[in-house]
Write a protein that binds this ligand. Sequence first.
Ligand SMILES: C[S@@+](CC[C@H](N)C(=O)[O-])C[C@H]1O[C@@H](n2cnc3c(N)ncnc32)[C@H](O)[C@@H]1O
Length: 437
Amino acid sequence: MLREALRIGSRRCFSYKSVRRPNLGATSAPKAEPEKTADAVPAATGTGNGGLAKQLRAKILATGPITVAEYMREVLTNPQAGYYMNRDVFGREGDFITSPEISQIFGELVGIWLVAEWRKMGSPSPFQLVELGPGRGTLARDVLKILTKFKLGAEFSMHMVEVSPFLSKAQAQRFCYTHETLPEEAQLPHYQVGTTATGTKAYWHRRLEDVPQGFSLVLAHEFFDALPVHKLQLANGQWQEVLIDVAPKSEPEAANFHYVLSKSQTPVSRVFHPMPGETRQTLEYSLETERQVGLLAERLERDGGIGLIMDYGHFGEKTDTFRAFKQHALHEPLLEPGTADLTADVDFKLVKSTAETRGHLHCCGPIEQGLFLSRMQGEARLEQLLANALPENEAIIRSGYEMLTDPKQMGSRFKFLAMFPGVVAPHLEKFPVAGFS
Ligand SMILES: C[S@@+](CC[C@H](N)C(=O)[O-])C[C@H]1O[C@@H](n2cnc3c(N)ncnc32)[C@H](O)[C@@H]1O
């Protein structure tokens, strides 16, 4: 199937536009940087997005220290001042760059993978293409391009799960011909609708729960790393939680924050159950990731579908990865809240075990991004693009692919995890999942 897909791609290669992507100069870096330890971090100072810092300070002074998860949620998605809510944070002018923005090869191969696996499941029609946290909409656009080129002979609709009103508009502008934001009082499960140039309907939802039931191809690229994490620490045989407090002698106009350890157990440290064999004394636990993967797993098992999670992460061994990015450099996470991206590595062990227990899903991976792209014949696609590229674009196209696959850049730290309903597991043993073996 994969060879056939590439042959189709190659027959049509003249109709592919070699999209000029950002020049990956020295200032531009992906988010996955080496981990640092919270212990080494001094109390943060400064105002930055002053409104949000003051709001957090007032809340802490009124009700006590907050969890790292609450801090992360407020900083990233506060409706008024959240980092993602009202600006474009991607690319050279922004704070970080992501794989779909680096090279069109990324989205094209993900699209080909979806088509291959969907066909293997009997080409169910209609289906939904769902993306969690689509950013600028570049991955959705590249995947849509592949679905359209392959002329699937199936009906499908697009469903973007996005909290940011600003980014949802940017996404619609990227792959829709027309779109409109619906009035709040419409009380529909979607808040924006659009139509692509080929007539496919697109819907925007605030939550995965609002996506209609139905066979779904679900993508999540750098979505789970933006979900809040709790920082837990084992003290005297009990899990306690690292909290964020206002630093001593903090002036209201320069809200300074620092980490403190909870004096007793918190609701999350009480319900947290370490996985069998856990040896870490400190760890990050994303209750929200567990909740969303649980919902996704139940949906895929009930309605059928395929999930592909792509993110930087580990398999339950890292301890302290909570960090911030501003203008392509690491930034102190407690400094100037709302002005920098906050992120934590995805715990793929938690994701996999939740998918297997909540939905009885069959999971493949996680495997490294470089391996996946190369098994999906990324080099062949690169050669096709180069053969048709303008000479001045060749170096950019080549360095983009290298950045995605080189183990020293994004090739190793970024991982792919695929999910299928448990019932198709024997079928997938006979016809192995593309890119994963
Ligand atoms: C790091 S960006 C990744 C964007 C895109 N997938 C890419 O790789 O270029 C995270 C995306 O998830 C969205 N997001 C963050 N938290 C969310 C939440 N709780 N629910 C829905 N979307 C969320 C952000 O607005 C943004 O679009």
